[in-house]
Design a protein around this ligand. Sequence first.
Ligand code: ATP
Length: 234
Amino acid sequence: MLEIKNLDVHFGVIHALKGVSLTVNDGDIVTLIGANGAGKTTTLRTASGLKKPTNGEILLDGKNITHVSAQERVRMGISHVPEGRRIFPTMTVLENLELGAYLRRDKDGIAKDLKMVYERFPILSDRKKQAAGTLSGGEQQMLAIGRALMSRPKILFLDEPSMGLAPLLVQEIFNIIKDINSSGTTILLVEQNASMALQIADYAYVIETGSIVLSGTGLELMQSEDIKKAYLGG
Ligand code: ATP
């Protein structure tokens, strides 16, 4: 579904991505793991059109979208849950969710998807009139994911969804990710929590200082001695 080919990204003189290539097959959960500053966020932001690459190509369903705007990529089926959630704190939960559907005009479809989001996250339904900034960290992550689902994506990008959450909530968020994937949405997941990410991933890539250094199934990487030492605490 998504193909990233030889992507180079610069921030001024900083060469943040150095020929990154990765593939996400339809229906899979693919994870990109790596340390702080390795280039995970930059990869997602470039794939969703928020940052321009200096070289390389991005294909969605075989179509070259490298020069397509971020907005058009949303229309084409990419939805991005950014690092740090980026919900709109003074707007209500419902208004945040409605913004996720701002490119859509199919009122009935939007209402159906809002119902689906409320069923998936009952707490958002209970809090729909509350300012989003008053939600807990875990609830804000649910809102950010719910907002992204409101564009009815084919592929969902998730940037560090577990960041800053208590262990029980991390487990809940990963269960939610698996569940969204089972309902037919392809997922590209960026995580520092390698252990959790590899457990749910069909395929995984490891990025170090802007380059992919290893890839394999989640299981293969979990069993790799190098990965155990570098990313799994043993
Ligand atoms: P983290 O988990 O900390 O977000 P990451 O793997 O997502 O790390 P990126 O945020 O993609 O890493 O950063 C990759 C490299 O690009 C780093 O060296 C970072 O300092 C640099 N970088 C990222 N954004 C910018 C920016 N706006 N201006 C300058 N350098 C940047």
